[in-house]
Design a protein. Structure first.
Length: 440
C-alpha cells in the first residue's frame, strides 16, 4: 500500500485537547511517562528510527527529549548510565558527572544533569535517565535545553524522569489487563439493538491546523452509518455468495486530503467497513487515490476477519494489499486477539458508551498508522464527564475527544495540534472555496 500522509490516520483515535497533562505510552519501548507541556512529536518508533523524539512546540524550541530503549551495558542503572555517558561524551566530562539514583515505582533508575560545551563553543544543559528493563534493555531518556531556559525547563523534564513507569514485564501490565477486561465486557454488553442505534448517522468532518494566524485546511469528508449486506464493502457489488448477503453495520468514510494545493495534488481515501451484528465477522475495503492533475494512482487494502473455527481456533484476519504505483500485491494472515474492536466501530465506540463511559478501557484493534500490517492496542481514559483520551498504535501521545451532552463526539485534537470537528456542508464548502482548494 502506498505511503500516505500520517494525517490520513487521524480518525483512528478521535479525541480533543484539555488542560490535563500529556502522557506518553509506548508498548514498543515499555514506558508510560508524563511529557513536558507544549510537546511536539518529531519522530516515532518506526519513522526511520527506534525512538521518540519530543520537542517544544514553536519556531524557537528551548528543549528536546529523546525516549529510547537501548541495550543494557552494565548490570545496574548507575553503571549502565556511566557507560552510556562514556560513549556519548568526552571521557573527562563523563567521569566528572555526578550520577544519582531514584526509585521508579520500585525499579531503580540513575540520572544525571550537567552543562556541556561542545566543539561549537555553545554550552547546553544535558539530562539523562537510565532504568534497566527486562531482556537486556535499558530505558534511556535524554534531554537537551539551553542554560538560559534551564531554570524553567529542568523541573518539567525532571517530572518526566521521576514519574516514568516501566511497563516492560508481565506484572507491570496488570493495569492494561484490567483495562482490556473492561473493554471486553463493554463489547459483550452490546446488542444488535445498541448497534442499530447508530444507523442513519451522517457526519460532515473538517480537519484543520489552527496553529497559524489563520486556520489551515487539511482535509474534509463524511462519515455515514447504514445497514447493508457484507458485499456492500465493494464499490460495485457483483454476484455475491450467501455469506456476502448477510446484513450488518456498514460505516463509510470518504476523506479528501490536501497534498499540494498549488500543484493540484489531492488524496481521496474511502473506507467501507462492515461488521456483523454479533461483532464476530467483519470485512473492510480501504482504497486511496492520489490525484495529480489528470494522473491517478491508487492503492487498496482488503481485510476479512473470521471467528474461531476448527481450522482456526483463534480466528484469523486476512489482509490483502495492492499498490498500482508499484504493481505489487501482498497477503498476510494475522491472529486477532480478544477483546477485538472492529474497525468500523473505532470512530463510534464512544457514541455507544453514552454520557457516562467507564473510567478506563482498552481493546486490540487494527493499526493503520504503519506500513507493516500489525495489530495494536487502543487505550481510552475518561477525563471528566465529556472528555476522553485515546492512545493508539505508535502515536505515543494521546488524541483527545470532547463529547456533547448526549455522549456523541463533537471535536477532536491530535497531539500534533491538528483538529477534527463535526461541521456542516456549507461551512466546509465555503472554507475550501475561500482557500482556493478543489472540492470533490
Amino acid at each position: 500500500m502506498m505511503r500516505i500522509p500520517l494525517m490520513i490516520a487521524t480518525l483512528t483515535a478521535l479525541t480533543m485537547s484539555t488542560s490535563a497533562e500529556q502522557l506518553l505510552i509506548s508498548d514498543e519501548l515499555g514506558v508510560r511517562m508524563p511529557v513536558p507541556p507544549m510537546a511536539d512529536i518529531m519522530q516515532r518508533p518506526g519513522d526511520g528510527g527506534s525512538a521518540f523524539l519530543l520537542r517544544e512546540k514553536g519556531s524557537k524550541p528551548t528543549w528536546s527529549l529523546k525516549v529510547e530503549s537501548v541495550e543494557l551495558e552494565e548490570p545496574d542503572a548507575s553503571s549502565s548510565l556511566r557507560a552510556i555517558l562514556r560513549n556519548r561524551l568526552p571521557e573527562a566530562t563523563a567521569e566528572a558527572a555526578t550520577i544519582t539514583t531514584i526509585d521508579l515505582d520500585g525499579r531503580e533508575a540513575a540520572q544525571v544533569w550537567l552543562t556541556y560545551t561542545g566543539p561549537s563553543g555553545t554550552p547546553v544543559v544535558l539530562g539523562w535517565l537510565a532504568a534497566p528493563q527486562v531482556l537486556g534493555h535499558c530505558l534511556l531518556l535524554g534531554a537537551v535545553t539551553t542554560p538560559e531556559a534551564a531554570a524553567r525547563v529542568q523541573p518539567l523534564i525532571q517530572k518526566s524522569f521521576t514519574e516514568s513507569r516501566l511497563i516492560d514485564r508481565a506484572n507491570g501490565n496488570d493495569r492494561l489487563q484490567a483495562d482490556l477486561d473492561h473493554g471486553g465486557d463493554l463489547l459483550k454488553s452490546l446488542s444488535e439493538s445498541n448497534l442499530r442505534s447508530l444507523l442513519g448517522r451522517h457526519y460532515v468532518l473538517r480537519v484543520f491546523d489552527p496553529t497559524g494566524a489563520e486556520d489551515r485546511e487539511v482535509a474534509y469528508g463524511t462519515l455515514d452509518v447504514s445497514e447493508a449486506a457484507r458485499s456492500s464493502v465493494r464499490k460495485h457489488p457483483g454476484p455475491s455468495s450467501k455469506a456476502e448477503e448477510e446484513e450488518g453495520l456498514l460505516v463509510v468514510t470518504h476523506l479528501r486530503f490536501i497534498e499540494n494545493a498549488e500543484a493540484d495534488i489531492y488524496i481521496d481515501r474511502v473506507q467501507r467497513c462492515w461488521v456483523s451484528w454479533d461483532l464476530q465477522r467483519e470485512t473492510w475495503v480501504d482504497s486511496t487515490t492520489r490525484r495529480d492533475g489528470k494522473m491517478r494512482t491508487g492503492s487498496m487494502e482488503v481485510a476479512i476477519r473470521e471467528p474461531p473455527s476448527v481450522t482456526s481456533p483463534r480466528g484469523q484476519l486476512l489482509i490483502i494489499r495492492q499498490d498500482e504505483a508499484h504493481g505489487t500485491r501482498d497477503t498476510w494472515t494475522l491472529v486477532p486477539t480478544d477483546p477485538w474492536l472492529p474497525r468500523g466501530l473505532r470512530w463510534l465506540v464512544r457514541d455507544l458508551l453514552g454520557p457516562h463511559p467507564p473510567e478506563r478501557s482498552a481493546w486490540h484493534t487494527w493499526d493503520e498508522t504503519t506500513m507493516t500490517p500489525r495489530i495494536t492496542i487502543r487505550r481510552d481514559a475518561t477525563d471528566g464527564p465529556n472528555v476522553c483520551w485515546t492512545w493508539l498504535g505508535r502515536d505515543g501521545l494521546p488524541t483527545a475527544l470532547t463529547a456533547g451532552a448526549d455522549g456523541t463526539w463533537q471535536r477532536a485534537s491530535r497531539p500534533d495540534g491538528t483538529i477534527i470537528e463535526r461541521s456542516d456542508e456549507d461551512t466546509v464548502t465555503q472554507r475550501w472555496r475561500n482557500s482556493g482548494l478543489r472540492l470533490r
